[in-house]
Design a binder for this molecule. Structure first.
Ligand code: ISL
Length: 553
């Protein structure tokens, strides 16, 4: 069992770390869903040249890196999460030249590029799989997970696909079932096969050599399955009514990431972030396990606990402190409120007319916590989930479960650049309907308004970058979500910043007798530069305030 050290949120930064080499710790990462960011060629779908055209916007936002959801060649059954050529760019997004141009253009602006690597499965049209399914004797048979049928030609075991139904698909021609943890067009590869593993590592090296700065790795906790393909035990938890014991989360998976870290370490300043996919309420201990001892597996790992939380200060507090408690001493947390698979935070947090006030509290939380913040495109302007009719749904999961679950398209709607036709996203036939608030909520309008959410984000990002306490300091909680308030200190050497967040719509009193000279650094309600001699004051509904300690009285 790996030892978990429960004090990492106060841990000191490691020695010999310069800010540049650990940019992925101290910087801010912005996720782009390329189909929906900006369409440069009028085909209705976002593309790489579109991202290049928006580099100035990203640079003004002052983010340090962009993570692009997959841009490799794909038949798009799962919108790019089904790759058929890992070394090429899908024509819908551009070509390799465009991609190199993006790397170069971004690097000139000090923005790094993180690619999404989907390596738990390939497309069923990938040449490896085409070869593998030719016959049971194919030299690539072992690159995927094939098994003989169970009794009466039934699937080999009870494993379920994340998208519904059995995880096994019968292949008549070669007389066996193959495993697909997602769609049947996404066969799972066999990471126990040394040749497959070497081929995957070669792809990683290929992109590292091309100048990519890091990888977001899809569903890392599913890479290894039980060697004996044992049935998952029954469980009362509704998710498949199974304890997900044998089809994922196997301990031997960690060996792969230790080997990957060795590859990564031979390229300076590169990083990996793993998606550890768990069902709500999340599993921080499992997520943190992918950091290994802190410096020998993945650089960062997502824990989705915060992304699954609704608007409750106490719940949010608990999930943050639990997450930190599992980070190994030499490891580093990252924090995320939204991504391309889950409802947008502003919709999830609710609040009706007050949702944009809540968005500010959430933004200050994300950008003042310890750990690398990930911002999903559009969150900075307050984009909401789009309401979609059945005919508009593209996501295979939404099509399958509509109307019970509309799938993931609601959080993937095109970026709202302006109040023009198609929100300035495309001059063509838009691939997915926009959110209908785009005339109010868009980049152009918010850029011109000093008090917009966009400018609030920009200020927060700049403050985070200017203060070591914020990007590398300790996290010391003071008010733990009771009574709707979360407050904490961030400290580094002699720099101390106090952050207080009122999640409630009531006026409250904060009475903390920390005497000293305190000055407001940034606030939704208080005047910047307002002074206090102790941390005792009233706070307004949904107030979010940062206060810096200037010294003793
Ligand atoms: O999106 C989900 C529910 O509808 C999740 O179950 C999702 O499948 C899970 O987060 C894993 O996600 C990743 O792998 C999938 C891909 O569809 C997702 O977009 C990706 O983020 C398969 O590659």
């Amino acid at each position: 069992m790996k030892k978990i050290i429960h004090r990492s949120h106060n841990s000191k930064p490691l020695k010999n770390e310069d800010k540049k080499s650990v940019w992925w710790k101290y910087g801010i990462i912005y996720q782009i869903y390329p189909r929906s960011f900006y369409d440069s060629n009028g085909d209705g779908v976002g593309d790489i040249q579109g991202i290049i055209q928006k580099l100035d916007y990203l640079s003004e936002l002052s983010i340090d890196a962009i993570w692009l959801s997959p841009v490799n060649t794909s038949p798009m059954y799962d919108f790019g999460y089904d790759i058929l050529d890992y070394r090429e760019i899908d024509p819908i997004f551009g070509n390799l030249n465009d991609f190199h141009q993006l790397i170069e253009g971004a690097h000139k602006k000090n923005i790094r590029i993180i690619m999404d690597m989907v390596m738990n499965h390939t497309s069923h049209l990938h040449p490896w799989f085409i070869e593998s399914r030719k016959s049971a004797n194919s030299p690539k048979r072992g690159w995927y997970i094939w098994a003989d049928p169970g009794r009466n030609k039934r699937p080999p075991n009870n494993w379920r696909s994340a998208f519904g139904g059995s995880a096994w698909e019968w292949d008549e021609k070669s007389g066996q079932y193959y495993l697909h943890s997602f769609l049947k067009q996404q066969p799972d590869v066999n990471w126990r096969n040394e040749e497959l593993k070497a081929a995957m590592f070669d792809i990683i090296k290929y992109w590292l050599n091309a100048g990519v700065d890091g990888f977001r790795l899809d569903v890392v906790n599913w890479f290894i399955k039980d060697r004996h393909l044992r049935n998952n035990p029954f469980s009362l938890i509704p998710h498949h009514f199974q304890k997900l014991r044998y089809d994922r989360n196997r301990k031997s998976v960690h060996k792969i990431f230790r080997e990957l870290r060795t590859v990564m370490n031979s390229y300076p300043e590169r990083m990996t972030v793993g998606e550890v996919f768990t069902m709500p309420p999340g599993d921080p201990s499992l997520s943190a396990s992918y950091l290994g001892k802190g410096d020998d597996e993945l650089h960062l790992a997502f824990d989705f606990s915060l992304m699954y939380r609704f608007w409750s200060a106490r719940q949010i507090y608990k999930c943050i402190s639990r997450w930190y408690s599992h980070i190994p001493e030499r490891g580093w947390p990252c924090n995320v409120l939204s991504n391309h698979d889950q409802p947008r935070s502003i919709t999830r947090f609710g609040g009706g007319n007050e949702s944009k006030k809540r968005a500010r509290v959430a933004a200050m939380l994300l950008l003042t916590l310890k750990g690398t913040p990930f911002i999903y495109y559009g969150e900075e302007i307050g984009m909401k989930n789009t309401k979609l009719k059945k005919k508009d749904i593209k996501d295979p999961v939404g099509r399958l479960y509509w109307p019970l679950y509309t799938g993931r398209d609601p959080a993937r709607s095109p970026m709202q650049w302006s109040d023009e036709t198609n929100a300035g996203f495309t001059k063509g036939d838009i691939w997915l309907p926009l959110c209908n608030d785009y005339k109010e909520t868009n980049v152009r309008k918010e850029s011109e308004d000093t008090y917009s959410l966009l400018n609030f984000y920009k200020r927060l990002i700049k403050l985070r970058k200017e203060h070591k306490a914020l990007y590398m300091g300790s996290w010391e909680p003071v008010l733990k979500g009771y009574d709707g308030i979360i407050a904490y200190f961030r400290k580094f050497q002699d720099e101390t910043i106090f952050i207080v967040l009122n999640f409630s719509n009531k006026r409250k009193k904060v009475q903390l007798h920390y005497r000293g000279q305190w000055k407001v650094l940034f606030s939704t309600h208080k005047f910047i530069h307002e002074h206090f001699i102790e941390l005792s004051f009233k706070i307004s509904p949904y107030e979010a305030t940062m206060i810096k300690r200037l010294g003793d009285l």
